[in-house]
Design a binder for this molecule. Structure first.
Ligand code: ADP
Length: 444
């Protein structure tokens, strides 16, 4: 695959284009997820399928060969190291590649193989002899568009005549340019501009339309309406596909407005549980005292890797400095970092370059804690009303029941915060034992 017209974008947010104004954390989190993802995310749940025509046979595939793909595409898939379709792909791919094309709404958590699935669908439907846009993919930000484009380029490595173009701000195409690239990936605002104002893309010739990250999309002002305007101009035989990691009512309503007669596929997320986590708390007087307790724990047991959560950036910074001065190898992950910086810190941590990662709430969600044996709440998670933030507690400490290993969690508690901890204990109906930090024998 060749990709010309690599956009020249600077990554800053101050632009006159209203395209990516107001980019919310959802998009940043999603990008971070993609940057740090190394493999498929598993789920023990079954894929739920709702067919638009329940009487038609339901196909699923266990191998990529069964899909009768073009040779060069199959080669691309294997070159990416894929051996067999993921759970969601088993059901989604036969629908997406069916003749006549079927529309699809698919929801499954990030990392389950949605992008790979629709990229495969786009690549398999491109006619390389035709030099005009045939597939259109909308993404919420230009960074996410580029990520998808990279997957197209990798999977399409052997599809030498397929070309990708990015309709994103900063990619200036001279007026009157004849766009010959078959796959267009872009953000709604710029795509709208290219289609209606600048007439660079003829929507009536598009045969696959993908709306990716629908949940992030509807969270961005104006993107739903712009997407719908684009969709309205597509031919009725165009295949329409929508993907989302989450599925609140608002996403569902949007999906139903934009995808006519859809099949629906859902894969529920693996729930987090505290069952296989031993939880402890240490009563402390103040911050220094908490730090001392932390050092005792650290010295008292063999620790693989640990994540320490603080409630504020300031606390996180303070703790990082303290630990560094005491000779520990720690790194700090906090909200003021760019997504790329966060990704690189997480990567270093995964590679074992640092044994301790100190972080704030902002970043808690993006991290896969599989290899981490210990989680420390240096501060308890609380919400604005100073009530316990149960969800965050679960996200920091919980593991998925089937895939998670056993873990240890320590809460550093100032005496006046003890009632909060008790509430957390009651809420999850799981015991949090008090620990004397001078006596680590209690743990093992
Ligand atoms: P999603 O779009 O749902 O977040 P992706 O398509 O990005 O998921 O896939 C997540 C990760 O799994 C990526 O690293 C991707 O390369 C990989 N992946 C996708 N499909 C397969 C497969 N069938 N076999 C192995 N790895 C896969």
């Amino acid at each position: 695959i060749r990709s010309t017209t690599v956009p020249n974008v600077d990554g800053s947010n101050n632009t006159e284009d209203d395209d990516e104004d107001d980019v919310v954390d959802l998009a940043a989190n999603s990008l971070l997820n993609k940057l740090i993802r190394q493999s498929l995310v598993e789920s023990s749940h079954r894929v739920e399928v709702l067919q638009k025509d329940p009487s038609s046979p339901l196909y699923s595939v266990k191998t990529f060969e069964e899909l009768r793909l073009k040779e060069e595409l199959l080669k691309g898939i294997y070159a990416m190291g894929f051996n067999r379709p993921s759970k969601i792909q088993e059901m989604a791919l036969p629908m997406m590649l069916a003749h006549p094309p079927q529309n699809l709404i698919a929801q499954s958590q990030s990392g389950t193989g949605k992008t790979a699935a629709f990229v495969l669908a786009m690549l398999s439907r491109v006619n390389t002899l035709e030099l005009f846009p045939q597939c259109l993919c909308l993404a919420p930000t230009y960074e996410l568009a580029l990520q998808t484009g990279r997957v197209v380029e990798r999977m399409g490595k052997f599809c030498v005549d397929v070309q990708v173009m990015y309709a994103i701000r900063g990619n200036h195409i001279p007026r009157g340019t004849d766009v010959t690239k078959q796959i267009i990936i872009g953000t709604p605002g710029t795509v709208l501009d290219w289609c209606f104002k600048r007439k660079l893309i003829d929507l009536t010739k598009i045969r696959v339309f993908v709306l990716d990250e629908a949940d992030v999309m509807i969270d961005t002002q104006g993107f739903s309406d712009q997407s719908i305007r684009i969709q309205r101009a597509l031919p009725s035989e165009c295949q329409m596909l929508l993907f989302s990691a989450t599925f609140e009512d608002s996403v569902w309503q949007f999906a139903e407005r934009i995808i006519p007669d859809p099949n629906v596929i859902k894969l529920r997320k693996e729930e987090l549980t505290l069952n296989n986590i031993r939880q402890y708390y240490v009563l402390c007087e103040n911050r220094k005292d908490k730090y001392q307790a932390l050092c005792n724990i650290y010295g008292g047991i063999t620790i693989g890797q640990a994540i320490i959560f603080c409630q504020t950036r300031r606390n996180a910074k303070w703790l990082t400095v303290e630990m560094m001065q005491d000779g520990h190898q720690v790194s700090l992950l906090s909200g003021e970092l760019t997504v790329d910086q966060r990704a690189s810190i997480i990567q270093r941590f995964r590679d074992g370059k640092e044994k301790v990662l100190i972080t704030t709430n902002v970043c808690a969600r993006g991290i896969d804690v599989k290899q981490v044996t210990i989680v420390v709440n240096f501060d308890l998670p609380v919400n604005q009303a100073e009530e316990p933030d149960y969800e965050t507690y679960l996200h920091r400490i919980g593991r998925t029941g089937r895939f998670g290993k056993k873990g240890l969690a320590f809460n550093m508690i100032e005496v006046d915060k003890l009632p909060l901890l008790m509430k957390i204990q009651d809420h999850f109906n799981s015991s949090i034992k008090q620990l004397d930090p001078e006596d680590m024998d209690e743990i093992e």
